[in-house]
Design a protein around this ligand. Sequence first.
Ligand SMILES: O=C(O)[C@H]1O[C@H](OP(=O)(O)OP(=O)(O)OC[C@H]2O[C@@H](n3ccc(=O)[nH]c3=O)[C@H](O)[C@@H]2O)[C@H](O)[C@@H](O)[C@@H]1O
Length: 436
Amino acid sequence: MAQQVNNETTPSTPGKLKPDKPHHRFRIHPPHSRYTFICILLSAFLVFLLFSTFNPPPPSTTAPRRVLGDSWGGSHWERLVSKSTRRNSASNKIVLVTGSAGFVGSHVALALKRRGDGVLGIDNFNRYYDVNLKHARQKLLERAGIFVVEGDINDGTLLKKLFDVVPFTHVMHLAAQAGVRYAMQNPNSYVHSNLAGFTVLLEACKSANPQPAIVWASSSSVYGLNSKVPFSEKDRTDQPASLYAATKKAGEGIAHTYNHIYGLSITALRFFTVYGPWGRPDMAYFFFTKDILKGKQITVFESPDGGSVARDFTYIDDVVKGCLGALDTAKKSTGSGGKKKGSAQFRVFNLGNTSPVPVSKLVAILEKLLKVNAKKRVLPMPRNGDVKFTHANISLAQREFGYKPTIDLETGLRKFVKWYLEFYSSGSIKKGSSSW
Ligand SMILES: O=C(O)[C@H]1O[C@H](OP(=O)(O)OP(=O)(O)OC[C@H]2O[C@@H](n3ccc(=O)[nH]c3=O)[C@H](O)[C@@H]2O)[C@H](O)[C@@H](O)[C@@H]1O
């Protein structure tokens, strides 16, 4: 029940102010009271300074907006775009890869280019993790002949321009705000990239002529609190445990709408904890490696009942094969110029490894490969969006495009550790420059 409040005598923060005599409360009496007033102002200013020093805002993950003609546009820029999207005579695909300076994006873009498809990348180079790693991936892509446009998928004008210049047959949409636990620190970045950005991209695709077919990254996290294992595409996905998962689930709904109204061919891929060389420094296997080598303590989560927390860790090369399989079996969109002409393909696939491994085992493998004992602290999994267990049923992807993961966790981590040691000792990136 609402309490009756006497505004004359009750302070807004109960207990902080005495209900003083009203007529004395705001009067300043010189000279002593003026001196007190200045002291209060100065103290408030100092408290404000202290607060802003010890509570810096989370790093901005939103890239600055650019204007046409500033970082993109112009005849030179268009030549770079056209050159990058040239395909060889055997290929019938021109693919726009969003998030191409990211982990999965860079691997997929390279694989497409290697087999002769026309490929253009786009990435906003946000500062969620070390941007130097993203630029190093960009260099790899450039060496392979892939141009990466620096821009945000929220920039509808840029996307329209790209579709005006290039008749993309496919969009491989891998740009996203990733990470399960970071969603509690910076929820808006998930809304910005995974909802708003995705919608702007779909708007551009639906208006394009021809409309491209879209393959995009959803996430195993959509299964949330689902306890039926292994997770199959038909299982419940209405109990997300994190905002990240909720935005990916909402993305699947948004995708369905564009498929239904505009005839866009859309395929969602639910990735299961993808790892490997050129990976993401915010992921556990990556920062465990870094911290173990530095002799820093790592925190290993166990489930609240003392059981182990496990993931269906999936090696990057297996996921890349799955992405290409999904792209190659995607049917054409049926609409054009914003008008639907018939029903279009709508698919959802799990891309996992079908073999969950406890996080404690992941740590043991890393200790063996790095030849260093980890300083471990075992803690119950905090309520931060994590789920206890993931396990993919992959029979649908197997049936549709022969998806068959072949790399077990130890083999994959060996490849990752080799890359990590070479990369960070070669001076490509200064050690410790990462914010993770
Ligand atoms: O499958 C997915 O869709 C998701 O996979 C990962 O999310 P997650 O599985 O949580 O991967 P990590 O953050 O690398 O965590 C792996 C495991 O290590 C555990 N962990 C994490 C951090 C830590 O300090 N200690 C620890 O034990 C987590 O509980 C989890 O079980 C990615 O980060 C997400 O972007 C992706 O969408």
